[in-house]
Design a protein around this ligand. Sequence first.
Ligand SMILES: Nc1ncnc2c1ncn2[C@@H]1O[C@H](COP(=O)(O)OP(=O)(O)O)[C@@H](O)[C@H]1O
Ligand SMILES: [Mg+2]
Length: 319
Amino acid sequence: MIFEAKDLKIYYRTKKGFVKAVDRISLTVKKGETVGLVGESGCGKSTLGQGLLKILPPKTFYGGSMKIEGEELISFSENKMREIRGKKIGMIFQDPMTSLNPIMRIEKLFYETLKTHEPEITEEEARERTAKVLEKVGIEPERMQEYSFQFSGGMRQRVMIALALVLNPILVIADEPTTSLDVIVQAQIMELLNELRQEYEMSMILITHDLGVVAEMADKICVMYAGQIVEEAINEKIYYEPKHPYTKLLLKSIPNTNIDDLELNYIPGSPPDLLKPPRGCRFAPRCPYKMEICETQEPKTFAVDNTHVKCWLYSEVKK
Ligand SMILES: Nc1ncnc2c1ncn2[C@@H]1O[C@H](COP(=O)(O)OP(=O)(O)O)[C@@H](O)[C@H]1O
Ligand SMILES: [Mg+2]
């Protein structure tokens, strides 16, 4: 197993108490597998993504377990994490403008990155590696002399992808990699990512609020709601047979899907406050199928034909 989280908790420490942004999540990523992590804004996707690299505020609480190739990240020191970041786990962020240093030439940016993990590397070697990886993402190697602000949004995201790939990580976390781009560029970047992950045999956690975006790429989809995974299924399953009421609602918002057993055009209410999540099911306050038990007891996760669903509706397997 490349990556494995068990009962993972990531809580922000605030004056008002702990914000339970990731609360007892279990998740596995196999070699070469792409796992889509989907859910509305604020459900904890970025917290999970950044938590795996431990780049959250220093006082953040981590509980449970998260392992990369069997090594427990929670117990790793900051020094040890520096070796992991980039090298074992690469990250592609939503907005490359804020994560790429605009006053550094692309060439220098790559050199610095490579040097962190390979202190012996010469500028010449770094230049060669940079040229190669830029070519892979469709950028002319000559452009490494330029600064990131000289690139368009889509091109900047390509640079970001190249920067993640240059160290050849075994797992890449892509957090809303195309959200700030227009639709056509979005499709091109997704296609590029898809090709590259196959070529490099990388595993990937693809984070998005848009189920449509992961449709063609993910092998497995995890739906998050209020800090928890409420449904996990292989890609097609989630489209044709969504189980959790929340997943159905998410799918309803994509054109050309037919989820007819739900009479809802809007979801009443809003996601719960993660300082004080509801006692029972976190989705209960908004759920059209709510039962008595949902308000008092947290649902267990049930296995229903190849899908795992955290919902009391499935306590007795339904067909
Ligand atoms: N630094 C922080 N301190 C306290 N709460 C935070 C912090 N960052 C994010 N949160 C809260 O954690 C929850 C999850 O946020 P986030 O992981 O960014 O969600 P997503 O990426 O799914 O939109 C939200 O309720 C958000 O308000
Ligand atoms: Mg986010």
